[in-house]
Design a protein around this ligand. Structure first.
Ligand SMILES: [Zn+2]
Length: 306
């Protein structure tokens, strides 16, 4: 395909996607003229002819930006002046100090958070905290060294059914381990998907090959709230000295996998821990855990209280 044909095809397809039939031979003539006669660069040719066709057919200008606004994750937004689309949840709305701004706040997806500004002139409807939207054809911008996205009159905001998750939050808790739940101890995981097996069977793949793993699903109580936590093999080993190999040895010796769980319960239940981890859904996935030893001055305070 020669260059003229190629550019013509791009323009024709762009309009066809929007259900608009355009005159191909006429476009081809214009492309030929701009490219070969006036030596106009390709991007400029497409923009010029698209603009002309938009006027001619009385269309919305959105078509102009369609090809330039791919769907991206927030972490991928690193340069100002780029047209993008993002699916994100409104995490927070701030009070706007400017009459030119209709809304300002923070949106996020699982990769990160970014500031957004909806310009009053854009004429877009309002977004709500906690709801997820497709922000289509928005422009990236950099303000005081931080990236943001701007919603202007060429953008659109569409509410989504799906719930976009925000980036994992790191939390730190001190509390007592009040319960160790089922599915803890020396468990078997599906060799295909890694899910924990229930009665030698993967909930997804049925009776398949498995491998051993060690973990604790537990409940931590800090006196005000309870938190469900997951300790991985490394965590369990750092607390009890029992790693996967040691756990398998215990199970073999006692001819009972449940013996591992009993051993872990006797060492850990009711003790105080300081855990740091990320909150994803229901559980806190623990990164670091240690027995919690109150400071000497806390003991003193306790003494004074008594
Ligand atoms: Zn599986």
């Amino acid at each position: 395909m020669d260059k003229v044909e190629e550019i013509t095809q791009k323009i024709v397809e762009k309009f066809e996607r929007h259900g608009v039939k355009v005159n191909k031979s006429e476009i081809k003539k214009r492309v030929d003229l701009l490219l070969n006669e006036f030596k106009v660069p390709e991007g400029e040719i497409i923009r010029t002819i698209t603009n002309y066709l938009i006027r001619e057919h009385g269309l919305s200008k959105e078509i102009l930006f369609e090809r330039e606004s791919p769907l991206v994750k927030i972490a991928e937004i690193t340069k100002p002046g780029v047209w993008v689309s993002v699916k994100a949840k409104v995490a927070q709305l701030w009070d706007s100090s400017s009459p030119n701004v209709s809304q300002v706040g923070l949106i996020g997806d699982e990769t990160g958070m970014i500031k957004f500004v909806i310009w009053a002139k854009s004429g877009k409807g309002e977004v709500e905290e906690g709801k997820s939207y497709l922000f289509k054809n928005v422009v990236t911008d950099s303000f005081q060294g931080r990236m943001q996205i701007n919603v202007n009159r060429f953008s659109s905001i569409v509410e989504l059914e799906e719930d976009i998750s925000l980036p994992p939050r790191e939390v730190s808790i001190v509390g007592a381990l009040v319960s160790i739940q089922q599915g803890s101890g020396l468990i078997q995981r599906c060799s295909i998907c890694g899910r924990a097996m229930i009665k030698n069977s993967c909930p997804e793949h049925g009776k398949v090959e498995s491998y051993d793993d060690l973990r604790i699903k537990g409940v931590l109580d800090d006196g005000e709230s309870v938190y469900e936590i997951i300790l991985n093999e490394e965590n369990v080993k750092s607390l009890t000295g029992i790693g996967l190999e040691e756990a398998k040895r215990i199970a073999q010796e006692k001819l009972d996998r449940g013996a591992v769980l009993s051993e872990l319960k006797s060492r850990l239940l009711g003790r105080y821990f300081k855990v740091t981890g990320t909150k994803g859904g229901r559980y806190i996935l623990v990164k670091e855990v240690d027995f919690y030893k109150p400071e000497l001055k806390e003991f003193k305070l306790l003494g004074e209280a008594i």
